[in-house]
Design a protein around this ligand. Structure first.
Ligand SMILES: Cc1cc2nc3c(=O)[nH]c(=O)nc-3n(C[C@H](O)[C@H](O)[C@H](O)COP(=O)(O)O)c2cc1C
Length: 326
């Protein structure tokens, strides 16, 4: 009886602690989430602008971008960049260089396909003049890379491995073999994890099943059919105790990055695809036989490289903006 009572008490304590953590996270989200009061906060505005900028870069990095694609998105981006300049231009004007570089690239590309976009050109010019930048070239958009170049760099040093990895959105028709996937999975097992619990799982999909998963994911418009191998990385909630509920995402994220680098080191192309969705959407994973106790971390699209292909530049921030020595 005494033991039963103490177990009951422990369960109540755990449930209470979980509610407190969930409530605290709810509070943090209401205050800091980028969907709420977005433009009242410079950081939220910058992050969401980077996101909008990336959809343009990503569109440019597809195999055959749709002629005249993205005009509404670019106009919307220009409107928000204008607002950014008015509100935060004095605090951090340099931020505008990267999205302006992407738009410059977009204008050049779209016109080269025979599509005239005078309104976008005019709005771009007005913002360039208003912000006082003379040129913003090579800051955004796409670059062409070759298979030869990647194969030389992907396995020669850690530095060149990191510098030569890109998200790739189209691949050759050659199938990715089970052997090479297993080799990458074995390399990724070297990932450190909290108390070496190794709570990650992987689910490999190939052919039409991979395309079905990618279509469900929804962040790959225009290149769903390219991804004929995909690896869904999950983390097992059973591996973690009540006071470390976010640890599944940390261990799973570390593992996923190692798997991406392992695949790249073996000469394959990859693209991480988000699983950051609401609970309602994630219920759809039951259709892919994913157990409920596994939370999705990321889907990794995998493929063999073409001889030449385009990738988004995806310019990185200066470390001064993301680091603080304490
Ligand atoms: C968690 C995660 C989710 C992502 N989701 C998508 C996605 O849904 N669609 C897409 O095209 N790219 C996606 N990406 C790729 C990013 O756009 C890309 O990593 C970023 O722009 C940096 O470029 P790089 O990978 O070429 O260095 C995702 C990347 C990560 C890490």
């Amino acid at each position: 009886m005494k033991r039963l009572l103490s177990r009951l008490l422990q369960l109540v304590r755990i449930r209470l602690s979980l509610w407190k953590d969930i409530f605290y996270f709810h509070k943090l989200t209401i205050k800091y989430n980028a969907s709420i009061h977005t433009d009242n906060d410079i950081e939220k505005m910058q992050y969401t602008l980077l996101r909008e900028n990336h959809t343009i870069e990503k569109g440019l990095s597809l195999k055959n971008p749709r002629k005249g694609f993205g005009q509404q998105k670019v106009l919307k981006l220009l409107k928000r960049l204008n607002k950014y300049f008015d509100v935060y231009g004095k605090t951090d004007k340099e931020f505008l260089i990267y999205p302006l570089g992407t738009i410059k690239h977009y204008i050049h590309y779209t016109k080269s396909t025979g599509v005239e976009i005078p309104i976008i050109e005019r709005e771009y010019k007005i913002l360039m003049e208003k912000s006082g930048f003379v040129d913003v070239k090579e800051q955004g958009g796409i670059i062409q890379v070759s298979k030869d170049e990647i194969l030389k760099k992907c396995n020669s040093s850690f530095e060149s491995l990191l510098n030569s990895r890109h998200s790739i959105r189209y691949f050759s028709k050659e199938t990715v073999t089970k052997d090479i996937i297993e080799k990458a999975l074995n390399l990724a097992q070297r990932t450190p994890s909290a108390c070496n619990r190794q709570g990650w799982h992987t689910h490999v999909f190939q052919g039409e099943e991979s395309v079905r998963l990618i279509k469900w994911q929804g962040g790959s418009h225009g290149f769903e059919d390219e991804i004929r191998t995909s690896i869904l990385v999950t983390a097992n909630l059973k591996a973690f105790l009540y006071y470390e509920i976010h640890q599944a995402y940390i261990d799973g994220g570390l593992y996923a990055m190692n798997l991406i680098n392992a695949l790249h080191s073996l000469g394959l192309g990859t693209i991480p695809l988000s699983c950051g969705f609401t609970h309602d959407k994630l219920k759809g994973l039951a259709d892919f036989d994913i157990p409920k106790n596994e939370v999705p971390i990321v889907i990794i699209g995998v493929g063999n490289l073409l001889e030449n292909f385009n990738v988004a530049i995806s310019k990185r921030k200066n470390i001064n903006l993301t680091n603080k020595f304490h």
